[in-house]
Design a protein around this ligand. Structure first.
Ligand code: SAH
Length: 407
């Protein structure tokens, strides 16, 4: 009998669900909400390993506990019953995630050495993000339980990457509960000490500052959309708004854009964008940066462009503010569409998880109507395969994009 089927006398704290609340777990949904819990046998601390049972006392799975609305993040489902999350457990899970990236051609590529190794729920590792930057890994915990295992996770990563591993940076200050993060160190090197790395993405070079950059240092999720942009950028005048480190700008210049203006409200982001343009091109005369709030800038700027990119941060973080967010997307898109020359292109995105593709599309179409311009949808875009959506957790789908041809 395989070890996980042995009915062990578990020492884990037991969480018993209310009747019917086990259904979601049978469908492999990886969260237990606090409202679904009938009783807790023991006194779990934040981050403790717990076992979850149905109201009929059937073992459903195990995971990491936290005193919050998501009370348990499931790390294994029945019949799997690990007695603890030891090195072997992490090796197995992380090797699986690595194997997937290998099978989609990201681990051995000549032109790309930046990818997401672990995408939380999408890799059945809720609360954990790991990004790979040319041998440097950035580990990010979104749950206290993951924080507790950071050293074991680092050991497992060392075994997977071997001599190719240059550093592991742990970066969780902004993603763990604020009270927890302020009481202990939640950032720092777990291995090595490279503060930045130069990576290749479809042959374009980017310097990634994972210590002081936004998120883990780079918006890896836009890789395939940046690649698509290159098809449309030759000879165009381009405005790249919300540009961060200049991802779309570098691709547009590489493709032969006539001029590219990179806009962001953050001075630090624009410094990174300029650095990345200089890293790729000896002559940077056709690139310029604008430090501004994109919304009034696009409204008041009377200049016309052949191609505009709108990639704002999430306007809506939860359902309550969704309506306002949709209005904001509509205004921004309408203003941008007005500034596009006839026969021009708009690349427009939303990374708000609560705004579905259907809603986003309806909003952008309404914006085109408001701008009084004919528009055709050329592409409907999403997040790339290294940011997978767990089939049992559709909430994991967050990035939406449209490419419009504006007549
Ligand atoms: N397109 C980028 C990622 C964009 S992230 C890429 O491919 O890498 C969103 C960016 O919007 C951040 O750099 C942030 O500094 C910027 N930002 C946030 N609010 C803004 C505003 N009101 N006006 C302009 N930029 C803003």
């Amino acid at each position: 009998m395989p070890p996980y089927l042995i009915k062990a006398m578990s020492k884990a704290i037991k969480i018993v669900l209310k009747p019917g609340k086990e259904d979601a777990l049978r469908r492999f949904h990886p969260w237990v909400f606090s409202g679904a819990i009938h009783k807790v046998e023991g006194q779990p601390q934040d981050g403790d390993f717990v076992e979850v049972f149905s109201s009929a006392n059937q073992y459903m799975g195990c995971g990491l506990f936290q005193h919050s609305s998501i009370a348990v993040r499931l790390m294994a489902f029945a019949p799997h019953r690990p007695q603890e999350l030891d090195l072997e457990f992490w090796q197995h899970k992380l090797q699986k995630a690595f194997g997937m990236r290998q099978s989609i051609g990201l681990t051995q590529s000549d032109h790309t050495n930046v990818y997401r190794l672990v995408h939380g729920e999408g890799d059945l590792l809720p609360g954990l993000i790991i990004d790979h930057y040319n041998g440097n890994l950035v580990v990010q915990a979104h749950a206290i339980g993951i924080h507790k295992y950071r050293e074991t996770i680092a050991q497992a990563l060392e075994q997977i990457y071997g001599s190719e591993l240059k550093s592991i940076y742990y970066k969780s200050n902004d993603t763990l509960p604020a009270e927890f993060a302020s009481a202990q160190p939640t950032e720092g090197f777990l291995r090595g000490n490279n503060p930045s790395a130069v990576v290749l993405e479809y042959g374009n070079k980017f310097e990634i500052d994972f210590v002081s950059g936004q998120k883990t240092g780079f918006f890896i999720d836009q890789r395939e959309n940046r690649h698509l942009l290159a098809r449309y950028a030759a000879g165009k005048t381009v405005l790249n708004t919300f540009c961060y480190s200049g991802g779309f700008s570098v691709y547009a210049l590489q493709a032969g854009a006539r001029s590219v203006e990179s806009l962001d409200s953050s001075k630090k982001a624009l410094e990174l964008a300029e650095k990345n343009v200089a890293l790729n091109f000896a002559d940077t005369h056709n690139h310029s940066v604008i430090q501004a709030d994109a919304v009034p800038f696009i409204r008041d700027n009377r200049k016309v462009y052949d191609l505009i990119i709108l990639d704002p941060p999430a306007f809506a973080k939860h359902n309550k503010v969704r309506h306002n967010a949709l209005q904001a997307y509509k205004r921004l898109n309408a203003e941008a569409i007005r500034q596009i020359s006839p026969g021009g292109i708009l690349f427009t995105f939303s990374c708000s998880q609560v705004v579905s593709m259907a809603l986003f599309k309806a909003t952008v179409i309404a914006a085109a109507i408001q701008a009084g311009r004919e528009a055709s949808i050329l592409h409907q875009l999403t997040q790339p395969a290294d940011h997978p959506v767990n089939a049992f957790h559709p909430e994991g789908e967050y990035l939406k994009g449209l490419v419009l041809y504006i007549s």
